[in-house]
Design a protein around this ligand. Structure first.
Ligand SMILES: [Fe+2]
Length: 273
């Protein structure tokens, strides 16, 4: 489906606590939120992201801007279709917010769409509780080895696709079929069960009603909660320049706490400490 989500004006975000609070609160509620009227430059995009917190540096660079072409051994740098996924499943601490700003439009195609992973998990739990249990418990590594000098894998342990905390709340989706490592740590009889559960998950994720299509436009910066919402892109022809960066979950949640109090004229630390 084609959707609309609330947006906040650039000047309001950059110059007021209320504006920043509104943007972060939209991300908290919907899993994504946009800022409109952003000057179409790398500098303005970087400053808008840094309004939330420090940009995480990775092997892709901290703040990046690229025109399609294989700068890295990764689908994102091609013109091919990219199925719904979350980013950096291969990190111990996956990227928190993914931020995109299209600086130059694609020729044809390249629509972006988003899938709410928390909603998909609810559907899975209802339709196939066994598959839901498997994907909440079975641990499979993500990895990234597309670049010559990079081989990333979580250090301490592999993680489930659906990560619940000790209160039973789903707090993180880790799903990128393209970055899934060989399944070498599950018991032999679990492997077909895992694949069946994964097939069911992917069938739900790929339902047209699961997809929210939002056309990226120069001037609109989108922030996506990478722990909850998957992103995807149709293939395209022609060139386009995309810019963006990551902000850690720790930092965007920290800024949300501070400005949510400040926007109401209160002091976060006086209230919470
Ligand atoms: Fe991605």
């Amino acid at each position: 489906m084609t959707g609309k989500i609330p947006t906040v004006d650039y000047e309001k975000v950059m110059n007021t606590d209320e504006g920043l609070y509104e943007w972060l609160n939209n991300i908290r509620i919907y899993g994504l939120g946009t800022v409109s009227g952003v000057p179409v430059t790398e500098e303005a995009t970087k400053k808008t992201i840094e309004r939330i917190g420090p940009i995480r540096d990775t092997h892709y660079g901290a703040f990046w801007a690229f025109t399609s072409g294989f700068a890295h051994g990764d689908l994102a740098y091609s013109t091919l279709e990219i199925p719904a996924h979350t980013d950096t499943t291969y990190f111990n601490d996956p990227a928190g917010l993914q931020l995109f700003h299209l600086l130059e439009e694609a020729g044809v195609g390249g629509e972006q769409f988003y899938v709410d992973g928390f909603a998909a998990a609810e559907i899975l739990k209802k339709e196939d509780p066994e598959a839901h249990k498997i994907l909440s418990e079975a641990r499979v590594y993500g990895y990234q080895a597309g670049d010559e000098n990079v081989f990333l894998k979580p250090t301490a342990q592999p993680y489930p696709l659906l990560n619940y905390n000790n209160k039973g709340e789903l707090y993180q989706i880790r799903f990128n079929n393209e970055d899934r490592y060989i399944i070498n740590n599950l018991k032999f009889d679990m492997v077909p069960k895992y694949y069946n559960a994964l097939r069911k998950w992917m069938e739900i994720v790929r339902r047209p009603e699961s997809e929210l299509v939002l056309a990226l436009k120069p001037g609109t910066l989108i922030a996506i909660d990478n722990w909850r919402v998957m992103h995807a892109r149709k293939s395209f022809k022609g060139g386009r320049t995309l810019s963006g960066g990551y902000v850690d979950t720790d930092y965007w949640k920290s800024k949300y706490r501070v400005v949510s109090f400040r926007a109401k004229g209160k002091d976060c630390k006086a209230e919470l400490l």
